[in-house]
Design a protein around this ligand. Structure first.
Ligand code: 2HG
Ligand code: ZN
Length: 470
């Protein structure tokens, strides 16, 4: 038997033959990313059913010197869960581990396995009057393990924080097959190092998340949703300051959609903006257990009109209209994909620098790719913009990425606000990150995965660590 065949047979001995996939058609959905920009060729896809099986899979892969690529719902936008093309990596899908182990509405926690679908967990929480406030368009496929491994952001970060802020406990399988479990249902736990933070957002390069305890909040009883348009970004930012004052901590989303993004959605979906579109549209959501949100939101609108910042605006009157307004925002990514190829830049800059960054970045992009289209939208309240460049044949992707990221760097920003580094941004992160940042990352990687078995080539470049049995 070849080494590959021996490994496949060892894995079949652990999880059962039908849960080790090798045929092209069986592995197809596990080897290409959502954006269809990366396709790999794995040795196999293995689907364990329990934490103990994950641990045994890791031990077997380690024995055979095979790298492991953990995968959740495969909805990431940085190719972080896709194997390379060598035919030697094992994709470890957590999609059979979907149990919701417990839900505590008083302590407001839920304990779930890594493969549980985000939407299912949110629905289960909602049935108990609680909300898991991770709101992403991919919730129907994204898994809890995936959102933790990527520290997913989304539409409500402004109010509730990133996934990191909602993760209370983790169960992990480490690179040597040890199970590390700290599944405590506690808000406060200062005993020793808070090691879960090393793994949240590490994209499966340091350990494999098998279960988690997540923080819940009460389902807000009241919400108010408004769509407004403004003629320039400074007006949008002034409006954000106003919304923070008027709506306070109940402000749960402050989303930005450019004119071009609205146009893309309207072209590819049967959706129409109900307002006169200015250069930018803003979607505001307020939510709370307390009432008065509609008045506060209308006050923002009225003051915005009075100051001359707002071109047009509407406050949703019905649940159907709320969905219509959100559809405009949530379909931008799909509309971009239907349009054609693009280069995604998931950037953040301090809000006070946003206007200057946009002017700077658009000049830098025009210099390397004249007359290119842009699809700009994102979470303005978080200073997070999806600065996506619509590309055409002949465009120099490396030059465009550098132009955008150099502008980000000049304005004190980050080249990955919420999507992670994956494989897609490794070169750029290595180019831009300060030496001490890279050194720390290497130190942690070497300490936790000395043989480089876990998701090589993601976050850090491949090949720096010796792989093989020990
Ligand atoms: C969103 O905010 C997602 O809708 C996707 O983060 C962003 O498509 C993108 O670039
Ligand atoms: Zn986003």
């Amino acid at each position: 038997m070849t080494t590959g065949a021996e490994l496949v047979s060892a894995l079949a001995g652990i999880v059962g033959g039908r849960y080790v996939l090798t045929a092209g058609a069986d592995v197809a959905t596990y080897v290409t990313d959502w954006k269809r920009s990366s396709t790999g060729t794995p040795a196999c896809v293995v689907r364990p059913a329990s934490t103990a099986e994950v641990a045994d899979v890791i031990k077997a892969c380690r024995k055979h010197g095979a790298a492991v690529v953990p995968q959740g719902g495969n909805t990431g936008l940085a190719a972080g869960a896709i194997p390379d093309t060598t035919g030697t990596e094992v994709v470890l899908s957590l999609n059979r581990m979907q149990a919701i182990r417990s839900l505590d509405p008083i302590g407001m926690t839920v304990e779930v396995e890594a493969g549980a679908i985000l939407q299912t967990v949110r629905e289960e929480a909602a049935a108990a009057g609680r909300m898991l406030p991770i709101a992403i368009a991919a919730e129907g496929s994204a898994t809890i393990g995936g959102v933790i491994a990527t520290n997913a952001g989304g539409l409500n970060v402004l109010r509730y924080g990133m996934t990191r802020d909602l993760t209370l406990g983790l169960e992990l399988v480490l690179a040597d097959g040890t199970v590390a479990s700290r599944l405590r249902h506690l808000r406060k736990d200062n005993a020793g190092y808070d090691w879960k933070q090393w793994f949240i957002g590490s994209e499966g390069t340091l350990g494999i998340v098998t279960a988690a305890v997540m923080r819940l909040v009460p389902v807000p009883r009241h919400t108010a949703t408004a769509l407004l348009s403004v003629s320039d970004l400074d007006a949008a930012i002034a409006l954000f300051e106003l919304a923070q004052q008027e709506i306070g901590e109940a402000l749960s989303a402050f989303e930005l959609i450019s004119e071009q993004s609205v146009e893309l959605v309207e072209r590819h979906f049967p959706i129409k903006s109900p307002i006169e579109t200015g250069k930018w549209s803003i979607l505001i959501e307020a939510s709370s257990s307390l009432s008065g949100l509609r008045d506060a939101t209308e006050a923002v609108l009225a003051a915005g009109f009075e100051k001359g910042w707002v071109v047009d605006g509407v406050v949703a009157e019905s649940e159907a209209q709320v969905r219509q307004l959100w559809a405009l925002r949530e379909n931008v990514t799909e509309a971009e994909a239907k349009h054609g190829s693009s280069l995604k830049h998931d950037i953040s800059v301090p809000l006070v620098r946003m206007s200057a960054f946009l002017t700077d970045a658009s000049a830098a992009v025009s210099a390397v790719a004249p007359s290119t289209g842009l699809n700009l939208f994102g979470h303005l309240g978080d200073g997070n913009l999806h600065y996506n460049v619509l590309t055409e044949a002949g465009h120099d992707a490396v030059a465009i990425n550098r132009a955008v990221h150099d502008a980000v760097d000049r304005h004190g920003g980050s080249i990955s606000a919420e999507h992670g580094i994956g494989r897609y941004r490794v070169d750029e992160w290595m180019r831009i990150a300060p030496e001490a940042d890279r050194h720390l990352a290497e130190t942690i990687k070497t300490a936790l995965d000395p043989n480089g078995l876990l998701n090589p080539g993601k976050v850090l470049p491949a090949g720096r660590h010796h792989r093989g049995s020990i």
